[in-house]
Ligand binder design. Sequence first.
Ligand code: NAD
Length: 467
Amino acid sequence: MSAAEILPQPHTDLESIPAAVARLRAAFDAGRTRPLAWRKQQLEQLIQMHDDHKQEFIDALHADFGKPAFEAFASDVGQGKTEAKTALKNLKKWTRPERIGGIPLLGKGRILREPLGVALIISPWNYPMGLLLSPLAGAIAAGNAVVLKPSEVTPHTSAALAKRIPQYMDAEAITLVEGGVEETTSLLEQRFDHIFYTGNGRVAQVVLEAAAKHLTPVTLELGGKSPCIVDEDADIDIAARRIAWGKFVNAGQTCIAPDYILVHESKEDALVEALERSVTEFYGQDPKTTPDYARIVNHRHHERLSTLMKDGVPAFGGQLDAEQKYVAPTVLRNVSRDSAIMQEEIFGPILPVLSVKSIDEAVDFVNGRDKPLALYLFTKSSAVEDDVLARTSSGGACVNGTLLHIMDARMPFGGVGPSGMGAYHGRHTFETFSHRKSVLTRGTRFDPKIMYPPYSERLAKLMQRFM
Ligand code: NAD
């Protein structure tokens, strides 16, 4: 697939959507997805699909927005496979009934994980493979039927997935619907047992409203402005390198990218200089020429970023090329706190640097805005670390680093408040797509009459002693 090839807008025939969901529900109701053997085989197929067509997916991502091959594999194509491997390895452990043991006088308790039913997974364009297929792995492990809805904004990736998913996955229980607003609207009219949506907050409200009609539970993986606080005592070279990497990977089009920096005023100049050195080390003198730097996904977003660029003065970068959808890695100074770039999620390679007089000022600044998806703090002081973590709320946080807190699947990944609800990765995805059913099994040999009406004075006294 060549980058020059323009695909028509992807779509699935609207008329076919209700029947496709009904087919999945029939398969779920018939118990097709429940056996561990089915789940195991589908996870193996998902891994096989990744292995057989890795290059095709990497090429599609490159055609969509010049995603560098390394980034395509490490942070996108590899995600779904890693999650499928984790689920496969832990399938027996995760699905085993959780024994609570004897409950005095009542019986034995246990918690069963049961699949929710038919799940809908809607994903965005910035990591279009990983954000679709890693939730799929957990949904399969939990025994659900699944409708996948990739983003229409990355049509090459959508087409590659639409081609390969039916070849590898059980079409009776896992289907993929291509398209945009119309197709997603039609999907949202159907009844699902769980909706897992990743994308922006505005569409999340549409999803939540549609889910309310059927009382469908939802997971919302959203975004926001993730702050980066750099304390007076931080190692400036390390901070700059790690911030520059986290910001400019995928050309800033990452939900947890550092959105802006709040640096202690005494370190502002040093940090900006170190950021510039890091960008030159990573991408050379002209980042436009390196294959390791992505493009902006479409002209609408390029235009949006070109406008935001005017909200400050580039300390370095600032170059734009609309035809190539290129925005240089840019650090902006002299940014007003009320400007548009400080209100909306930037979602591109522009990094405003604001100075603060103290950690308290930085904390107040963060707390004056929506709860972010991630918070980054650079400091050598564990007292400052504890203090900032205790006084701020964010989906996740990383101290002296960026992005990498989402790598270990033992830690749940998700937002809080406007940055999302619910969480996933590893076992947490399995739990998201499972219902925890508490079961008490009672014996029949012993059934003291004292428990039943008419209630005795003795029972009342006994209860009061224990409760
Ligand atoms: P997008 O435009 O691809 O939209 C996401 C999905 O919503 C697509 O599948 C699209 O078809 C569907 N959609 C769009 N408009 C709709 C409508 N009116 N009704 C129903 N469905 C509709 O992607 P986006 O929303 O621009 O994604 C970027 C946002 O996602 C950013 O805010 C980013 O921070 C966030 N994000 C969050 C995470 C996370 O894990 N928390 C990951 C990636 C991106």
